[in-house]
Design a protein around this ligand. Structure first.
Ligand code: HSE
Length: 310
């Protein structure tokens, strides 16, 4: 019998313009799983947190991840997972990706690391598919690998870790509004006008160029989304007003985090990040919407072991 304890970070998908192709990992906030492998053939999942999760393992994102891993390595085992710490589901900061990344990474460690990072992400994407009805990796890849990542392509998966210039902080707020990721994906148009596509790929290029050259102003300028945001921002009370307050306070950009309802402001200054956090809290307090606010650094660390026993 072997047991691992794994931490996987929260993440922010899209970074504005990079719908399904760009995401970043956050420091400190995340999920912790303990996974035990022993002889046999089965899976149990125990939730030791106060966060309500489905008790049916077929509805837990960890299940398809564990199954995919065992299928790739062609092994059978009794796997027992305990969820020790959990980001609230539906918060828009990669809750399902954190559990999926921790499960995929932990399984790989338990079996002697037969999979590459890309394959670990591929396993984690099974959890994302169960949660959202889509195989996107822009939460799972940064959660596994850390930093800011670009999914250059999905067939085959081609993940590029991009530089994180200097100190990057995110103020993130999770207003207590339920936005289901699947629903937030279903409302998006299946076709995009050429004019919008031109604007979006210009911004994706600008964001990548800004990260590689350390041009913070360019990063902020490029974090604009004309594809998903116009449809999704209506879920978030006072979205445009909040953005103008945050930009006036010095944030480089403010966008929806993944499919929402969380929003985040990016900055290279800790004091601006803290001010952005206060503005977010004040904004939702005034609207009588409860919210959590996190001020966290963009992290170069992805999923990591925090304990092993044999
Ligand atoms: N890229 C995905 C979306 C992320 O925007 O739907 C979901 O968290």
């Amino acid at each position: 019998m072997k047991k691992v304890r794994v931490f996987a970070p929260a993440s922010i998908a899209n970074m504005g313009c990079g719908f399904d192709v760009i995401g970043l990992a956050l420091d400190e906030v995340g999920d912790i799983l303990e996974i035990t492998a022993s002889e046999g053939d089965g899976l149990t999942i125990t939730n030791e947190t106060d966060v309500p999760l489905p008790t049916d393992i077929e509805k837990n994102v960890i299940t398809p991840v564990v199954r995919k891993f065992l299928q790739i390595v062609d092994k059978k085992a009794q796997i027992d997972v305990t969820i020790c710490q959990k980001i609230y589901p539906g918060s828009g900061i990669g809750s399902s990706a954190a559990s999926s990344a921790a499960a995929a990474y932990g399984m790989n460690e338990l079996f002697g690391c037969p999979l590459t990072d890309e394959q670990v992400v591929l396993c984690a994407m099974e959890g994302e598919n169960l949660a959202s009805g889509g195989y996107h990796a822009d939460n799972a890849a940064p959660a596994v690998m850390g930093g800011i990542v670009l999914i250059r392509g999905y067939e085959p998966l081609d993940i590029i870790q991009m530089p994180v210039p200097g100190n990057f902080y995110c103020a993130v707020t999770h207003p207590h509004i339920v936005v289901n990721t699947k629903e937030a994906r279903d409302i998006l148009p299946k076709e995009v006008p050429l004019h919008d596509a031109v604007s979006q790929w210009g911004n994706v290029g600008g964001l990548v160029a800004g990260l590689y050259s350390g041009n913070i102003g360019l990063v902020g300028r490029a974090m604009k989304d004309v594809i998903a945001e116009p449809y999704r921002k209506h879920f978030i009370p006072g979205f445009d007003n909040l953005r103008s307050k945050l930009l006036s306070a010095g944030a480089l950009a403010m966008n929806i985090s993944g499919s929402g309802p969380s929003v985040f402001a990016l900055t290279d200054r800790h004091d601006v990040a803290q001010r952005a956090g206060w503005i977010m809290r004040e904004h939702f307090d005034k609207l009588e919407v409860q919210c959590e606010v996190y001020v966290v650094k963009v992290s170069n660390k992805g999923t990591k072991l925090c304990g092993v026993s044999i």
